[in-house]
Design a protein around this ligand. Structure first.
Ligand code: MOS
Length: 749
């Protein structure tokens, strides 16, 4: 099904099942520890051996020699795979560094071996007996020092730099000006379930049970790396204990398990040990960002400029911190630039709303600072500078955001100033201010005390693009009126199982209990996968398309006109006649499969999601410790398919925003080029229990431009802007403006 005209009234609009706060179908499995995660899959193949991945002890250079004799002779050891005996390997098109290093080393903890043994402990003990000699070369590890050698870099199909009007002139002549530089830290995804895989070969066919967000990408890259046909690879990932972007791509656990299983001639399971993950896999790059704003005395922005620098290995992409500044506020004269510096740190890649999360963390402090200079309320200042069209080059990638097939020259030039399909930023700010009690905020910082605590309130806008991606599904109706949905979509803790079941139930007029959803298997139709908050809207649209086909087939089979047939209470009806779906399907059952494809609609409109964050903090007057007391997010993100799962997503994002604001930071050892605090003891993340009150309000919105579901992404909106709202609250509490995240207590006293 091609989605190329705005959605009209359709079966989803009944909202009998869709839109209800249904509990997560997989909730009980997950909370009772019975969801079968990849590493727990003892049931799928017998005789599994254990692989232990060894990471490079240097960041850059090469392996001079490896002595494996003691390790090979250790108890229980079956084999050791290194670059020397692994056979010829390619590189996945989505991987920046090779997943098995040697003799050349590209980053610290790059995998150099997998030791395979009968037990995990034996593999780990043997790994400690490996003797590796390295020749270290000089690397570059400091973003600030490398900034001047950076280059402008594009992200997706958006250009690295943009310029509108005369920014420099307008800034210079503006009566009120801001010029401030900020930084955000290197951050680690830190999802609960580590990267883990079980691999088994059957002749030349490989099956991998793993933990992954994008099944089809991973099949492609495994095949490419191993030099085998895609058809020979099956990947399964039905349950994922968090991904946050770290599991968008093939990682070393799956490749090393496949190589180890081939060498050992038996199935091998590999979980990356926690202390290996931050340096072996991916992280979000630190950024340095400069924001300049000029405004009239009554608060109209006349010039806005945002420059962002981030770092990565050769061939890696950037963290485009300036990108949302093209679309969020009005202003006739503007410039943005996203620049990339080469660093020899581990690969930087997508993490928890890449671009907008660190971008808004900075922009929304700058807006707060500007409002203060103007003597304006920061909510009012934002409303004052609202825009209903994109003032600069759209930041939105095209709908075909499969990087394996992306060729920029194939993409049409979009309208340079498209209208937003829906934009309720002002309503989010107003609703939030009212519900939060913003009028009680003292605009003068450092004035409000509660015993030992200084109290402050902060606000920030939330903004995240709404991406849409083709997505396929198959639906089967059986002779008892049960419906089975199959798609390789993943549920990374987001609620995919549940909203897909709700969609299918609504479409076919069935109760939820009659619908079974099977996900995360590459033998199912290829879906959009989970990432970039495109998953919920796109995958349910794919299910919508498949169900439309099934409805047609059922109506025909029942002898009804396709247009007249309605589906309710397990029956298909036309006029006064009704037939049970079970009877129509009969003993042979009926199957339909289809794919939703998005076309030019999303180039005529800017599709984005909006929100407003309100935060109250308390800062200890003696120690500088910050506690978040209350958070409220108001979101406008199209139709909310399930308010319970959507709320959980937004609350998760808000909590991540608190992490970015107050604690998360990978510390770089600038001599040896690695992240020092590479485990959950040294890398701190907040949990829900750290924040007593978190509330989410969804504005009533449907977006017919976005999809037949009229929904949009919401999974990543909650983190965008949240860090700045915390930072602004800390400033309001203390009068100390911290421009370098995270705002640890040493920066406040
Ligand atoms: Mo998301 S960082 O695209 O999984």
């Amino acid at each position: 099904m091609k989605f190329d005209t705005p959605a009209t009234t359709n079966p989803i609009d009944q909202l009998k099942v869709v839109g209800q706060p249904v509990d997560r179908i997989d909730g009980r499995l997950k909370t009772t520890g019975t969801a079968p995660y990849a590493y727990d899959r003892f049931d799928v193949v017998a005789n599994q051996a254990y692989g232990y991945v060894v990471g490079s002890a240097i960041a850059k250079g090469r392996i001079v020699s490896m002595d494996l004799s003691a390790a090979k002779a250790a108890p229980g050891v079956i084999t050791i795979v290194t670059a020397q005996n692994a056979g010829k390997l390619g590189k996945g098109s989505l991987n920046v560094a090779r997943l098995l290093g040697g003799p050349d080393i590209q980053h610290y903890h790059q995998a150099i071996a997998v030791v395979v043994a009968e037990t995990f402990e034996q593999a780990r003990a043997a790994a400690a007996l490996m003797r590796v000699e390295y020749a270290r070369s000089k690397g570059t590890y400091d973003l600030a020092a490398s900034k001047d050698k950076s280059v402008a870099a594009d992200s997706f199909n958006a250009p690295g730099a943009t310029s509108i009007g005369n920014f420099t002139g307008a800034l210079a002549s503006a009566p009120v000006q801001l010029d401030a530089t900020y930084s955000t830290a290197h951050e680690s995804h830190s999802m609960m379930e580590p990267h883990a895989s079980v691999a088994a070969w059957d002749g030349d066919r490989l099956t991998v049970w793993t933990s992954n967000q994008m099944i089809a990408w991973t099949v492609g890259d495994l095949a490419k790396t191993l030099g085998i046909a895609k058809e020979k690879v099956r990947v399964m990932s039905p349950y994922v204990g968090g991904g946050f972007g770290a599991k968008l791509f093939l990682r070393s656990d799956a490749l090393m398990a496949a190589l180890a299983a081939r060498a050992a001639r038996r199935p091998v399971k590999v979980a990356l040990q926690r202390a290996l993950i931050p340096n072996n896999t991916v992280h979000r790059s630190a950024t340095i960002q400069r924001v300049r704003i000029g405004a009239t005395r009554d608060g109209q922005i006349t010039a806005i400029g945002h420059e962002s620098w981030s770092g990565n290995l050769q061939g890696g992409g950037l963290e485009a911190g300036a990108i949302q500044t093209r679309a969020l506020y009005a202003g006739a004269n503007r410039m943005t630039s996203n620049r990339l510096a080469l660093l020899d740190l581990p690969e930087a890649n997508a993490m928890r709303a890449p671009n907008e999360a660190p971008g808004l963390a900075v922009l929304e402090i700058a807006i707060d600072e500007m409002a203060e200079k103007l003597g304006m309320d920061p909510v009012e200042f934002r409303i004052r500078n609202d825009t209903q069209v994109v003032p600069d080059y759209p930041s939105k990638p095209s709908s075909s955001n499969d990087p394996q097939s992306k060729k920029p020259e194939e993409q049409k030039k979009p309208n340079p100033h498209p209208p937003f399909s829906k934009r309720q930023l002002v309503q989010c700010l107003q609703t939030g201010a009212q519900r939060f009690g913003w009028d009680k905020r003292n605009p003068r910082p450092g004035q409000v005390r509660d015993g030992q605590w200084l109290i402050g309130m902060g606000v920030a806008s939330a903004f995240r693009d709404n991406l849409v991606t083709k997505s396929a599904a198959r639906v089967r109706l059986d002779g008892r009126g049960n419906l089975m949905v199959e798609t390789d979509m993943t549920d990374i803790g987001t609620g995919s199982y549940t909203i897909i079941a709700q969609t299918a139930a609504e479409m076919m007029g069935l109760p939820l209990q009659k619908v079974t959803v099977r996900l995360g298997d590459s033998s199912f139709p290829v879906s959009c996968g989970s990432g970039g908050q495109w998953g919920g809207n796109s995958s349910t649209s794919g299910v919508y398309a498949a169900c439309m086909k099934l409805r047609e087939a059922v109506a025909r089979q029942a002898g009804f006109g396709v247009e007249e047939a309605t589906f309710a209470d397990g029956q298909v009806r036309s006029g006064s006649r009704a037939v049970a779906l079970a009877d129509v399907a009969g003993s042979r059952g009926m199957v339909a499969e289809d794919m939703i494809e998005f076309s030019d609609l999303d180039k005529q409109y800017q599709q984005s999601t909006f929100g407003a964050h309100f935060v109250e903090v308390a800062v200890d007057i003696a120690t500088g410790e910050t506690r978040v007391r209350r958070m409220l997010a108001v979101c406008a993100a199209g139709r909310i398919l399930n308010p319970k799962t959507a709320r959980s997503q937004v609350i998760g994002g808000m909590t991540m925003g608190v992490g970015a604001a107050l604690m998360e930071s990978l510390a770089v050892d600038a001599r040896h080029g690695f992240f020092v605090n590479h485990d959950l003891a040294g890398y701190e993340v907040p949990v829900h229990a750290d924040i007593p009150h978190q509330e989410v309000i969804f504005l009533d919105e449907t977006d017919p431009i976005s999809s037949p579901m009229k929904a949009k992404g919401v999974g990543e909106l909650g983190i965008c802007g949240a860090a700045a709202a915390v930072a602004n609250a800390v400033y309001n509490a203390t009068g100390v403006r911290v421009r370098d995240y995270p705002i640890t207590l040493d920066k406040l006293i």
